[in-house]
Design a protein around this ligand. Structure first.
Ligand SMILES: O=C(O)c1ccccc1N[C@@H]1O[C@H](COP(=O)(O)O)[C@@H](O)[C@H]1O
Length: 197
């Protein structure tokens, strides 16, 4: 099970996520309680070993804004939320970063339909921490797809059983309040997922 821990803004939480075995770490570079500048994301990304994917998270920005932030921060993947047309993904193909298409369950759930490398199926309001009907997408997405939206250490095994994803992604569920990550919750989330295997 692939695990992404998202919305990190402090070095200590990056270190905990890496130590606990995260496969990917996300830095939110769009309006959010978790927002970091591309420069701050670069400082944090520099702490991440090469086997862990660094992901820049965006919502609704145009491809040139995403490109500029990706180049400054040095993230190795970009995750686009919002109603991006196929052309936005095509425009970012030459960036040399992995592309993550983040959608809700009403979207086209074929991974690769927009030339993306990974699909993320999330709640309608990304980053809200609200659980949704994960079972409703079971068997619908194809390819490499991550489940997100309201996951936390206490419900992630239930969510995996319900939706059968290739990976999981969490932000609010490893926080004590919006934007305040908690080391023990990050470690507990990874322990819960790894014990599920
Ligand atoms: O985390 C945010 O604030 C955010 C803002 C804008 C777009 C995406 C955002 N986060 C993504 O939401 C899910 C996690 O949601 P949850 O908080 O665990 O319910 C994850 O994909 C984040 O990358």
């Amino acid at each position: 099970m692939y695990v992404k821990i998202c919305g990190l803004s402090e070095p200590e939480h990056v270190a905990v996520a890496v130590e606990a075995g995260a496969d990917a770490i996300g830095f939110v570079m769009t309006r959010s309680p978790r927002q970091v500048t591309p420069e701050r994301a670069a400082e944090l990304a520099a702490l991440v070993p090469g086997h862990v994917l660094t992901v820049g998270v965006f919502r609704g920005e145009d491809p040139e804004t995403v490109r500029a932030a990706a180049l400054v921060s040095g993230v190795r993947a970009v995750q686009l939320h919002g109603k991006h047309p196929h052309e936005d993904f095509t425009a970012l193909k030459d960036l040399g970063r992995r592309l993550v298409r983040a959608v809700d369950a009403a979207a086209d759930l074929r991974c690769g339909a927009y030339d993306e490398d990974l699909l993320l199926v999330d709640a309608p309001h990304a980053g809200s921490g609200r659980p949704w009907d994960w079972a409703a997408v079971r068997g619908r997405p194809s390819g490499h797809w991550m489940l997100a939206g309201g996951l936390d250490p206490s419900n992630v095994t239930e969510a995996i059983a319900a939706a059968d994803p290739w990976g999981v992604d969490v932000s609010s569920g490893v926080e004590t309040s919006p934007g305040a990550k908690d080391s023990a919750l990050i470690a507990a989330f990874l322990t819960a997922v790894r014990s599920e295997r």
